[in-house]
Ligand binder design. Structure first.
Ligand code: AMP
Length: 292
């Protein structure tokens, strides 16, 4: 049984009950799917108390984004939480999280938050980091679990924990995909059947890029770009960005780059904006013309 609470006061006894145990939190916006489930299972495996937060954070949505139509499925979410062995679902109101209204003091991400997602969604990462800091303070976990699916968010949360000396371990969890490669996302439910097929080009592009990693960074970008270009021409996919970046700071990988990288993509299918990424390694090998 998962307990449902909506205020800090109601959550408190659960936190007090595990004062000496390991407390874990998984932060979500609800509309839970198997990607979230993986985070919850990992938390259940690692922790004595598992708290799932369910909160659609208004601060991270732009004026023309999907805050109003974002799926809200609390009853189903609670079933999934129970299945995953979550102890407490914390589903606060906007007033509970923002008692002073729109916060005057916010957490800004710096340069790493201004590229890729940050460039296309101004203010997005300020909204994300601010709510993550708030939810960490409200739930006081030893460990917080975030998906690699949102790789730039995961990197920024890690950086925030380091830069602000937050007493929490940030745990990254690999992306969960459908059998055909599409990354699980709450926004997939916006897609009609034909749009879902078009959306597959994101993961196909990433896998093509990873397959070319032996030939260097440029080859990765070219291989992935070719898949996206074809989908853009034939199926009306609109690409926001395709980038091969250093996973630490999300700076663009130079042509001679070798080592661990993240290949990230964002694209729109009809009215739905999707993101995906794949970690890969560009080897320092003779086949890699980027390496002298
Ligand atoms: P969201 O509800 O979309 O804000 O996501 C909540 C958490 O679940 C974030 O840490 C996401 O990165 C993670 N997540 C979302 N989709 C997936 C997925 N397909 N695989 C793994 N983690 C995911």
């Amino acid at each position: 049984m998962t307990a449902l609470v909506s205020t800090r006061a109601e959550l408190q006894p659960f936190l007090d009950g595990f004062a000496n145990g390991r407390r874990g939190v998984v932060m979500t916006m609800g509309a839970l799917h198997e990607g979230h489930l993986e985070l919850l299972k990992q938390a259940r495996h690692d922790c004595d108390l598992v708290v799932a937060t369910i909160f659609v954070n208004p601060l991270q949505f732009g004026p023309n984004e999907d805050f109003d139509r974002y799926p809200r499925t609390l009853d189903d979410d609670l079933k999934l939480c129970a299945e995953a062995g979550v102890d407490v679902a914390f589903a606060p109101s906007v007033d509970e999280v923002y008692p002073g209204g729109r916060p005057i003091v916010q957490v800004t991400p710096g340069p790493m938050g201004e590229v890729l997602e940050g460039a296309f969604r101004p203010g997005f990462f300020t909204g994300v980091l601010t709510v993550v800091a708030k939810l960490l303070n409200l739930t006081r976990p030893d460990a917080a679990f975030f998906g690699q699916k949102d790789a730039q968010q995961l990197a920024l949360v890690r950086r925030m924990a380091l830069d602000l000396n937050l007493p929490v371990e940030i745990v990254g969890v690999p992306t969960v995909r459908d059998a055909d490669g599409l990354a699980k996302s709450s926004r997939n439910r916006y897609l009609g059947p034909e749009e879902r097929t078009v959306a597959l080009s994101l993961s196909r592009a990433l896998f093509a890029g990873r397959d070319a990693a032996g030939q260097g960074a440029e080859a990765v970008r070219t291989a992935a770009g070719a898949v996206l270009d074809a989908a853009a021409a034939a199926d009306g996919l609109t690409v926001d960005y395709l980038a091969l970046v250093d996973p630490e700071d999300f700076s663009e990988a130079a042509p001679a780059f070798t080592g661990d990288a993240v290949l990230a993509v964002a694209a729109r299918v009809g009215g739905t904006r999707l993101i995906d990424n794949l970690p890969l390694t560009v080897p320092a090998a003779p086949h890699n013309p980027g390496v002298r």
